[in-house]
Design a binder for this molecule. Structure first.
Ligand SMILES: [Zn+2]
Length: 293
């Protein structure tokens, strides 16, 4: 089974987005993908440093790495879309805008991406934080719930960070319904909403039903996977044709993640043909990769 993973963040999980998360990570990605049967990766950067690291990865592994440049639409110009295209990036990754995704202030980015045939991966739904108040430290120790002084330090750190950002940053800006507006005005643009809109799955499914080039990925960890499976959305609310496999997890969990979904698809009686679409075919189409590859 061939797998196209459309949602991989460059860097070691514990220090994502930081300078020291880059070292040695790419070699480990290649190894982990081999083990998991992943033959193509949508690799996401972050402003400047992370996108540069992705650019180097594209050069090193053409046909394996498909670069997704992260653009900050509040700080950068739509011209950057052309620049990343020239640098060999396949698409864009968007997250945490200060205005709703469908605000006309952002149309310049979408218009350019549409005309350059660059797919956009949008984070949709609730954005995670440093501490997991549902699962605690079950998955990763550093997500454990702090108490006392450590808790005070946590919120002070969050306060210091947020005062540096433009007002408006919130999960509320990234609802799947906003992709409906964008799909309506930019119908040729290929879009992937991440995490099936978590937790607004029904809206995500309903929008995907009527917009030709809007897809959703199934990443988001155990909780999102449980929602998708227990909600029985696949097949009833959204066809496999509109879903793409994505891991968005630590490399250590990559293989189990692929196998877990494979097992779930088998258990729900999904045909091999539909599984192929979710694991590879749909993403290949979104990313403009020919079937022959
Ligand atoms: Zn992600």
């Amino acid at each position: 089974m061939k797998v196209f993973d459309v949602h991989v963040h460059f860097g070691w999980w514990e220090s994502l987005g930081e300078k020291d998360s880059i070292d040695g990570w790419l070699d480990e990605l290649v190894r982990a993908c081999e083990e998991a049967g992943i033959v193509k990766v949508g690799l996401l950067g972050w402003s400047t440093l992370g996108n540069d690291a992705v650019a180097r990865a594209i050069e090193k592994y053409p046909g394996f790495i498909y670069g997704m440049a992260m653009i900050d639409m509040d700080e950068e110009s739509p011209r950057m879309v052309n620049e990343y295209h020239q640098r060999g990036f396949t698409g864009l990754k968007l997250i945490s805008p200060a205005l709703n995704y469908d605000d006309p202030a952002y149309y310049g980015f979408y218009q350019r991406a549409e005309s350059l045939r660059m797919p956009i991966l949008f984070h949709t739904g609730i954005i995670g934080g440093p501490i997991d108040y549902l699962m605690g430290g079950e998955e990763d120790e550093w997500k454990a719930i702090p108490v006392g002084e450590a808790e005070e330090k946590l919120v002070q750190g969050l306060k210091d960070q947020i005062t540096m950002k433009p007002y408006g940053k919130s999960s509320a800006r990234m609802q799947p319904i906003y992709l409906d507006t964008i799909a309506t005005y930019f119908p040729k643009l290929y879009m992937i909403g991440a995490h099936l809109g978590w937790p607004d799955y029904i809206t995500a499914c309903a929008v995907a039903r009527w917009r030709p080039r809007l897809f959703f990925d199934i990443s988001g960890g155990d909780v999102v996977q449980r929602h998708i499976l227990e909600g029985r959305y696949i097949g009833r609310e959204i066809r496999p044709d509109k879903l793409v496999y994505a891991s968005d997890c630590d490399l250590r969990r990559l293989k189990d993640n692929v196998l877990g979904w494979k097992r779930a698809f088998d258990e729900m009686g999904m045909s091999a043909e539909d599984q192929e679409k979710i694991f590879y075919g749909n993403a290949a189409r979104v990313f403009g990769v020919e079937a022959a590859e």
